[in-house]
Each structure stands twice: as structure tokens, then as C-alpha cells.
Design a protein around this ligand. Structure first.
Ligand code: FAD
Length: 549
């Protein structure tokens, strides 16, 4: 039966709750579309369950709350344009559904498919309640490019654990499905909410005041589909940039994102990855030449997908214990070191400026994430990636269960990444793209008057220079908390031993052939090879010891 036939057949029959979780949008939202096409009454619901978040240790910082509230406001505003509204439920989803399936005479529940273990756990419980109440549950994949379960099934019940293996599997799948039609006025025309429910103030929009949140920083990322789509369109106008995008060539030190900065919108589903993927395809199709995965923009979306697939199938993906693909590393427990890293008080201006940007704006460049993650884990402090993951989860606007854990394992050398002899230098890394330290001056005003010569290593500046800059190291700014040259060597030796002892685990996520190259097409569609780091970074690292695995 075609979509149209379904539409004709059952239009107007259901009373539906559409449960918004991540897919906070009208475009490419097939479960919302289904609700609109098959229902007389549609009740759009968002459940805000703080206890659920506590139970599953989901940390959400103030900037992230602000982003979520803005997303919900945008959604509510757009729903109201078409005569509906958003019901923001405070409390437990199961309790709410039990009561409101009956109260609203619901016959259908629609929602997106989510892959995180806590979503699956809750969805199973809600499905049972729905079954008991005779409510039909309809859901579709829309948060990922593909149905991740199908990829796992096709791969023999396991996740492909390297990017190349993943790409090989995807070759058989072909391109991701097209984004579904956007829900428009026409789709909403035959649906309504009974007036009494429409007026019910109990489920009005949540506010930051109600959540006890005070965000005084102006934000560079306004939440919501409207803003997300605006940003996509703006990027897409810049076709040269889109086609030539290569992640390693983007700058971690630029004051505005040198990459798309779309991650918060993808994480909360204000933007569809399928929509973006296919818009990129259209541009690539018209171009003479374009970059390819892993470094291209589509390649970035595939990294996201890669981690979603790995997370969906790997037990305990977000922790070390019981995680079969993760090296079991005896990390140090040092609360004071962790505190200083978190607060940007390491005494390394490049690291501290990045952490200041993270606190202030909730977004940092991918390579900046590399710098601070490597510093916390295998590079300098030898503190567990789980601690870093928690901090990122709380402070990043784009905090994402699968992507965050996958990247932290990568950066800490616990899984996926095997060139562990490459350790980022907290002094030289930032200097490459920003020798004058503009980024540091912007985020660490205390250092703003240091001459460029010392901005990355203020402790080396003669006292006179420090006085002239109005900042005495040891008084106004910290001395470096470790000697990078010494600790990075020690850590490297530890890592080498651990990898030898746990070689079987390292092999699980190791590419069969790591020749460190990637290809891009030239004008005639011919492939040309150039050396890159497999993930798409090069040269920014300091090779402490050059021994390969
Ligand atoms: P672009 O380069 O413009 O890429 C477009 C999109 O592709 C991104 O929005 C994102 O959805 C996806 N993408 C890009 N790089 C990656 C990657 N390495 N892995 C998976 N997906 C990617 N990204 C998150 O979305 N949420 C997180 O919680 C998160 N935690 C991270 C933790 C660490 C330690 C590191 C090193 C990286 C983390 N990333 C995370 C990945 C990456 O840094 C961000 O996705 C990217 O910097 C976001 O900026 P952008 O939207 O401009 O990316």
C-alpha cells in the first residue's frame, strides 16, 4: 500500500499522541507525518522526567537546558501556527501515558526510534502499557541515516567496528533513504486538539526559571528547527566550501566554528541527518570535484552513524567495565587534577582556553576536543575517559550518548584509535593555526596582554614581561600542573604495556590495513591519494615516540 493509499484509507480515524523525544522537527519526521495522516486528534507531547535522567545518570548543564527549552519553544510555536500545541509533561512517561491513553481516548502512539539503552528500556515499558490499553504503537527511524539494527543484522549480528568495514557494509546498503516529506499546513489541516486540552495550562511550556537555571551568557547557538534549517541553508549556499570540505584543514582556533557547527541541531534532532546528507549529494552531483569520506562532510555524518551502530550493539558502550571493545586501563583517580582540568586551570593556556569556551558556549571544535581529551587521558593526566565524557555530556550542547562515548574511547586510546604514539602537545598544537594566540586572548582575558612569544607558555616569560602583561604566573594564572615532556613519556610506556597485555582487545577495532591514506576525486572522477590520518587529522600531533603498533 502506498503512503497515499494509507492516507486515504485511515485518515481521520485515530486519536494519537505523538511523543517528541529527539526528533524536534517537522522536516523528515515520518512518525509525526504518520500521526497527522491517520488521525482526527493529535496530541504532541514532550516528557520532561528529571528522575529518569537521574536514574540513568544523564547530565545536562545550563547551556544545554537553554538549548532544549529553545527547541521546545520553537516546536510549540510552529505547532500553534497550525492549531496544535506542545504538551510539556513534567514527570514519569509511563505514569502519564497510563492516565492519558484513557483520558484522551487514545488509539495510537507515534514516536521516533531511538537506539540508546535507556530509550529502549523506556520504550519497551511504554509499549507494554500501550498494548494493555489497546493503543497501537507506530515508529520510524529518522535520527540516523540508516536503521542501525538492520546494519548490525546484515553484518552477522555484530557492529562493524572500523570505519572501513563500516563503509564496506554500507556499500551493500546503498545511499541512506531519502528524508521524508516535511509536515506542512496541508498535513495539519485535518487534525486538531479538543478545546479543553488545547487550553490545559498544566502542560504549558517549561521555562528556565522553572528549571532553576540562569544563563547569562548570550548564546551562539539558538535552539530549534527554524534556526537549524537556517544554518543549513546558509552553509549550502557556499558550494565551494561544501565540496572542498576536509576536516583536517579546519581550524580549532577560529573564533567562529570553522566546521558547520550543526552538531547541537543534529543531537536533539532539530535537523535531520538524512536531509543534510542528501542536500550535500545534490551539491556534489553538480560539482566537478569533491572531497570524500572520511574527511568530507558526508564522511562526518558517517562517523556519527558509525558510533551509533557500535553503541547500539556493544554492551556497556559508555563505560570501561564490561565493555568488550574497550581496553581495561588502570587510570589514576585524582579529584584535584580532574577539577583543574574541568575548570580550565591546568596552566596550559591552549587547554584552559578550550575549557573556557566549552563552559561559556557549549561547543568546541573537534580538534580542540582532541586536545583536551588527550590531555586528560593518555597524554598527560592519565585520568579515565569516563570522567571526561561526563564533563562533556554536561557542558556540550551537542552531547550525544553514542558519539561522545565513541570519541572518548578513541581519544583515550581505549578503542578505535591505534596510533597511540601520537600525543598532542598542549603548547604546539594550538600554535599551528593561531601563532598569535587570538583564541587564548579571547577566552582567557587574564593572558590577553602577553606577547605572542609567550602566550602559549606564559611561565617562560621573564618577570618583567609578566608584569607588563598585568599577569604574574603563580598568582594570576597557574603554573603548568604537569611537565608534559615527562608525563607523556611515562604514559606512553604505560599504554604500550597495556596494549601488549590486551592485544586481543586492540584487534577488535583495528583496521586490517592502516595505510594512512585517503582519496578524493579529481575533475575527471579519477581517484587521487594523499596521506592523512585515518580519522581525518594530520600533522597536528607531536610524535613523542615513532614506534608503530
Ligand atoms: P562537522 O565537522 O561540521 O560535522 C558535521 C556533523 O558530523 C557533526 O555535526 C556531527 O553530527 C558529525 N560528526 C562530526 N565529527 C564527528 C565525529 N568525530 N564523530 C561522530 N560524529 C561526528 N559530537 C557530538 O555530536 N556529540 C558529542 O557528544 C561529541 N563528543 C565528542 C567527544 C570527543 C572527546 C571528541 C573528540 C569528539 C566528540 N564529538 C561529539 C565529535 C565532533 O567533535 C563533533 O561532532 C563536531 O566537532 C561537531 O561540530 P560540527 O557540527 O561543526 O561538525
Amino acid at each position: 500500500m502506498t503512503d497515499k493509499e494509507i492516507n486515504m484509507d485511515v485518515q481521520g480515524q485515530h486519536n494519537t499522541i505523538h511523543w517528541f523525544r529527539k526528533g524536534l522537527r517537522f522536516h523528515d519526521n515520518p512518525s509525526l507525518l504518520h500521526a497527522l495522516r491517520t488521525s482526527r486528534h493529535v496530541y504532541p507531547v514532550f516528557v520532561l522526567d528529571i528522575d529518569f535522567m537521574k536514574d540513568f545518570k544523564i547530565h545536562c548543564g545550563d547551556n544545554q537546558w537553554r538549548f532544549v527549552v529553545q527547541c521546545l519553544q520553537d516546536l510549540d510555536h510552529r505547532l500553534r501556527m497550525y492549531g496544535l500545541r506542545l504538551f510539556v509533561v513534567r514527570g514519569n512517561a509511563e505514569v502519564f501515558f497510563k492516565e492519558y491513553f484513557r483520558k484522551w481516548n487514545i488509539t495510537q502512539l507515534t514516536h521516533d526510534i531511538e537506539t540508546e539503552h535507556y530509550h529502549r528500556f523506556r520504550d519497551a515499558a511504554v509499549r507494554k502499557i500501550a498494548e494493555d490499553a489497546g493503543v497501537e504503537v507506530v515508529n520510524y527511524v529518522a535520527h540516523t541515516l540508516y536503521n542501525v539494527d538492520k546494519i548490525i543484522e546484515y553484518n552477522g549480528g555484530t557492529a562493524p567496528l572500523t570505519y572501513r568495514k563500516f563503509q564496506k557494509v554500507l556499500r551493500d546498503f546503498g545511499k541512506p533513504p531519502q528524508a521524508s516529506e516535511t509536515a506542512t499546513e496541508e498535513h495539519f489541516a485535518s487534525c486538531s486538539i479538543p478545546p479543553e486540552a488545547l487550553r490545559d495550562e498544566k502542560y504549558n511550556m517549561v521555562t528556565l526559571e522553572e528549571l532553576g537555571i540562569r544563563c547569562e551568557n548570550p548564546t551562539k547557538f539558538v535552539g530549534g528547527e527554524t534556526e537549524g534549517l537556517r544554518r543549513v541553508e546558509k552553509h549550502l549556499q557556499n558550494q565551494g566550501w561544501i565540496t572542498q570540505f576536509e576536516k583536517p584543514k579546519t581550524e580549532p582556533t577560529s573564533l567562529l566554528p570553522s566546521t558547520t557547527g550543526l552538531s547541537p541541531y543534529f543531537s536533539f534532532g532539530c535537523l535531520s541527518v538524512r536531509h543534510f546528507y542528501h542536500r550535500l549529494d545534490t551539491i556534489y552531483a553538480k560539482a566537478k570535484d569533491h572531497s570524500l569520506p572520511p574527511v568530507s562532510l558526508q564522511g562526518q555524518l558517517l562517523w556519527r552513524e558509525f558510533f551509533y551502530v557500535a553503541a547500539a550493539q556493544t554492551p556497556n558502550f559508555v563505560v570501561m567495565a564490561g565493555n568488550p571493545i574497550c581496553l581495561q586501563i588502570p587510570w589514576y583517580e585524582n579529584r584535584e587534577h580532574l577539577r583543574r582540568w574541568r575548570n580550565g586551570e591546568t596552566g596550559f593556556p591552549w587547554i584552559d582556553a578550550i575549557m573556557a569556551q566549552l563552559h561559556k558556549e557549549g561547543w568546541i571544535h573537534h580538534l580542540a576536543r582532541h586536545a583536551v581529551a588527550c590531555f586528560l587521558t593518555r597524554g598527560d593526566l592519565w585520568i579515565s575517559w569516563e570522567e571526561g565524557q561526563k564533563v562533556f555530556e554536561e557542558l556540550l550542547l551537542d552531547a550525544d550518548y553514542s558519539v561522545n562515548a565513541g570519541n572518548w574511547m578513541w581519544l583515550s586510546g581505549s578503542a578505535f584509535y591505534h596510533q597511540y604514539t601520537r600525543i598532542f602537545c598542549p603548547v604546539r598544537f594550538g600554535k599551528r593555526t593561531d601563532p598569535d594566540g587570538t583564541f587564548i586572548r579571547a577566552y582567557l582575558p587574564v593572558l590577553k596582554d602577553f606577547p605572542a612569544q609567550y602566550i602559549y607558555e606564559p611561565w617562560k616569560a621573564p618577570l618583567k614581561v609578566q608584569e607588563a602583561a598585568g599577569c604574574i604566573v603563580g598568582r594570576d594564572y597557574s603554573f603548568p600542573m604537569v611537565d608534559h615532556e615527562i608525563v607523556s613519556q611515562q604514559n606512553l610506556e604505560l599504554m604500550r604495556e597495556i596494549r601488549e597485555q590486551q592485544r586481543q582487545i586492540t584487534l577488535l577495532t583495528l583496521e586490517g590495513r592502516e595505510d594512512g591514506s585517503s582519496t578524493s576525486t579529481d575533475g575527471g572522477g579519477r581517484k587521487r591519494k594523499r596521506p592523512i590520518h585515518p580519522e581525518g587529522e594530520d600533522e597536528v600531533v607531536k610524535v613523542v615516540v615513532t614506534t608503530a603498533l
